[in-house]
Design a protein around this ligand. Structure first.
Ligand SMILES: Nc1ncnc2c1ncn2[C@@H]1O[C@H](COP(=O)(O)OP(=O)(O)OP(=O)(O)O)[C@@H](O)[C@H]1O
Length: 274
């Protein structure tokens, strides 16, 4: 029989390998906007490169207008970057968006986005078809997504009867119907009561255990503190720092017991500078 002691380094190595599998690689992402009023070109994001690995949660933190939305829209195929490359599981998003999109889940959340008179199951089946999920996989994918977010018991209920927390979990299920390797979660806890917030955070952790890479945006710093493995400080369209929560605190030169909010406030002026 193999001793547990000998197995431990192997398990550790396996964990490191899981972390090393890249699910998204963005290189040199730049996006200009045509500022017609002032007759000039405005650089919203400039030369941004980063990777997301299996089971990793990454978050972008920065002031209003830093370029977060532009970046997220670029890497989720809602906006074409002016230059740069984005690979999702080695598929080029810009050259083969339809194929790359199959590996990607995008969750915007909010009160809208579903047909209120239709059931949760029918809504998700509809969105699965829009995402080109194969017809033979639709029913099982939808059921699995509903189970993951703990809504399988209300699969046949009309979405209009759902609470805010249930609706938010349904949004996440919608993002999961194509079994994505990477999930983008935009403000997943906004407007929720504390129990729902905790259930969403728990859900995010469960998804990472299954190997899903997650890009999380949130104005709730506690979400980021509890969930993010890697934090990107973004300002004026550039990444100023990338690292762990501890790393961010060191970068901001705040006490190790400080919160992310305190660390952020210590560098927010610097982030706003051009
Ligand atoms: N369609 C557009 N045309 C011109 N400028 C734009 C456009 N969209 C965004 N911008 C500008 O690009 C910059 C980055 O905007 P973006 O929305 O990406 O920032 P953000 O970090 O998401 O901000 P917020 O936290 O307020 O949502 C801002 O200065 C914004 O005014």
């Amino acid at each position: 029989m193999v001793e547990a002691k000998k197995l431990l380094p192997l398990i550790h190595l396996e964990l490191i390998m899981i972390m090393q599998n890249t699910v998204l690689k963005a290189k040199g992402i730049t996006r200009y906007y045509n500022d017609k009023k002032n007759k000039k070109i405005f650089h919203a994001i400039e030369d941004i490169s980063f990777s997301v690995h299996e089971g990793e949660v990454v978050s972008f933190v920065g002031p209003n207008g830093a370029g977060k939305t532009t970046l997220l829209k670029s890497i989720s195929n809602y906006l074409v970057p002016t230059s740069g490359s984005i690979k999702i599981m080695d598929i080029d998003l810009l050259k083969d968006p339809k194929k790359a999109r199959r590996k990607l889940g995008v969750v915007f959340g909010g009160d809208r986005g579903f047909y209120n008179n239709a059931s949760a199951k029918d809504n998700l089946e509809f969105f699965a078809r829009l995402l080109y999920v194969k017809e033979k996989d639709i029913k099982i994918n939808v059921l699995n997504a509903l189970k993951t977010v703990n809504l399988d018991n209300v699969a046949n209920k009309a979405v209009g009867t759902f609470s805010k927390g249930m609706l938010q979990r349904l949004h996440i299920a919608r993002g999961l119907v194509n079994n994505p390797k990477i999930l983008m979660l935009d403000e997943p806890t906004v407007g929720l009561d504390i129990e729902s917030v905790l259930s969403i955070r728990h859900l995010v952790k469960e998804l990472t255990k299954k190997g899903c890479g997650i890009i999380l945006t949130s104005h709730n710093m506690e979400d980021i503190e509890t969930l993010a493995d890697t934090i990107f400080l973004i300002g004026s369209g550039r990444i100023h720092y990338q690292g762990s929560l501890e790393g961010v605190k060191k970068f901001a030169q705040v006490d190790a017991n400080s919160t992310l909010t305190q660390a952020y406030l210590a560098v927010s002026d610097e982030l706003k500078r051009k």
